[in-house]
Design a protein around this ligand. Sequence first.
Ligand SMILES: Nc1ncnc2c1ncn2[C@@H]1O[C@H](COP(=O)(O)OP(=O)(O)OP(=O)(O)O)[C@@H](O)[C@H]1O
Length: 308
Amino acid sequence: MSLAIEVKGLAKSYGNKTALSGIGFEVGAGSCFGLLGPNGAGKSTTMKILSGLLESDRGTVRLFGKEQRTAADDIKRIVGYVPQSITLYEKLSAYDNLVFFGEMYGVSGAELKRRIADVLERVGLADRAKEAVDRFSGGMKRRINIAAALLHRPKLLIMDEPTVGIDPQSRNHIFEMIRSLRQEGVTVLYSTHYMEEVENLCDRLAIVDRGEVIADGSLGEVLDRFGTKAVYLELEGGREAPKLPGYGEVEPKERGWLLRTDTPLESLAAWAEACKRSRLEAKRLEIVRPSLEDVFLKLTGTTLRDDG
Ligand SMILES: Nc1ncnc2c1ncn2[C@@H]1O[C@H](COP(=O)(O)OP(=O)(O)OP(=O)(O)O)[C@@H](O)[C@H]1O
């Protein structure tokens, strides 16, 4: 597999505030990679450095085999960056905003017209092209911002939390667009707080905390390696579950009880036996797959949705 992104030992401080302390990860060409992390973890800083908007203090970035420090101009041509904050001219139409961005990327004339039509179609706003952007919802503005980042047909699209605070329709358009870009071979680096987005879109992910990668791999690998396995039991009449000495602590969860354990199959069998002995009727008894939320909480001490 050829690599689109190779980041090694990347460090960055703002004054005496350390944002990145040696972050490293690799992204295969044509894949979608998710960066997950609590607020202030260093995701935006990493993405800005990769896009060439910010310089690192230490470490290396190679994009499609090119060293970023020495091939900055080449890299700008192949990277599209969608910042967290929307940057558009509110009084201009969607179309005129795209003309402005296209010319900034050095595209003009009939070619620019063609590309604007193409990107507007991709983000599902072709019919709103002539309207002033200040009449758009947050989600529509975000889609125009994404369209702007696609005008120069980048091989790598870097998106910094593109779905925060937007409507479900815009969210779906963004997901569909990412899927079709991937089919065309575009690599996507995507940061988010939403686990289900990583599950639906990304081949691999990295959990970032305090400027470092603390876990990475495919979703299955991360869950297997860091997730706590558990067994869930729910009894008829909402009755209390029997204790299971030697297998772990039983704690209340939803309408039943949860037992965290390294041996889920044995624990499940022992719990079933304990219920039988006590003549308790089980409504549900099952092994619970660890979730990314749990892994995240365990590793970072915060929840994924801590938008604070
Ligand atoms: N321009 C800046 N000046 C000073 N400190 C900064 C600046 N930008 C970021 N930081 C700090 O660097 C750290 C990393 O910030 P960064 O924005 O990269 O994190 P993040 O993971 O993208 O967070 P969020 O999810 O809130 O966007 C944070 O502690 C942040 O406060």
